[in-house]
Design a protein around this ligand. Structure first.
Ligand code: ATP
Length: 198
């Protein structure tokens, strides 16, 4: 089994592409969703977050998302410490999940593969891109947030140009049908690459 990373900046369409692969029968691990889940279900993560941010990080057993987001996005040091608590647990959870899959290849969707310098954990990495203004418009529409907020979040991510140099496959997601065709083609390529060689 080979392991494929799927990444892309905010609003590029990673989750959309991930869903297309799922519909082709490919097991996809959504790191962001799993990380959020583990922040309430993993006792180690929960204890780490409380010791970093205090009891206010949780209401009862529910994650206090706004409180955590405000702390993490206004202070780089806190964000790094938070990532250091959550990422190793997600990584281990992903490895366990992968063991349970039986497929020629699996995909891990993660927003920050290149930012975190973890591309070597994958056999190959797919990058999803779209023009900046299109990404901003998509996120404004999807999350009902201001353009400024989206620009601010994008500024914290690595420039697409640098990511393109590091990626193995590129999906320019500007048109739904063209993206679906690219995903279908890439699926065929990845199945061939995953075939055992003797
Ligand atoms: P984030 O990093 O914020 O999670 P993402 O990269 O996963 O974003 P998606 O959630 O897949 O991006 O897409 C952002 C929005 O753009 C969604 O509302 C999605 O439906 C829409 N979208 C994605 N691809 C296309 C497309 N090719 N044409 C039109 N709309 C699209």
């Amino acid at each position: 089994m080979i392991t494929i990373g799927l990444t892309g900046g905010i609003g590029s369409g990673k989750s959309t592409v991930a869903q297309m692969f799922r519909e082709l029968g490919v097991p996809v691990y959504d790191s962001d969703a799993e990380a959020k889940q583990l922040m309430t279900t993993s006792p180690d993560v929960k204890a780490g977050i409380i010791s970093l941010l205090g009891e206010q990080a949780y209401d009862e057993n529910q994650l206090n998302r706004d409180f955590i987001a405000n702390k993490a996005f206004s202070n780089k040091d806190i964000l790094e410490k938070l990532n250091a608590i959550v990422h190793p647990v997600v990584r281990e959870h992903f490895y366990q999940w992968r063991k349970e899959q039986s497929a020629p290849y699996v995909i891990q969707e993660s927003a920050l593969i290149f930012e975190n310098g973890i591309q070597d954990q994958y056999d190959l990495v797919i990058l999803v891109t779209a023009p900046l203004q299109m990404r901003v418009e998509r996120v404004v529409e999807r999350d009902q947030v201001s353009q400024e907020k989206v620009h601010y979040r994008i500024k914290n991510q690595m420039d697409d140009q640098l990511k393109i140099e590091l990626a193995d496959f590129l999906i320019e997601n500007t048109d739904w049908e063209a993206t679906q065709k690219k995903v279908n083609r890439l699926h065929t390529t990845l199945l061939k690459l995953a075939e055992p060689r003797f």
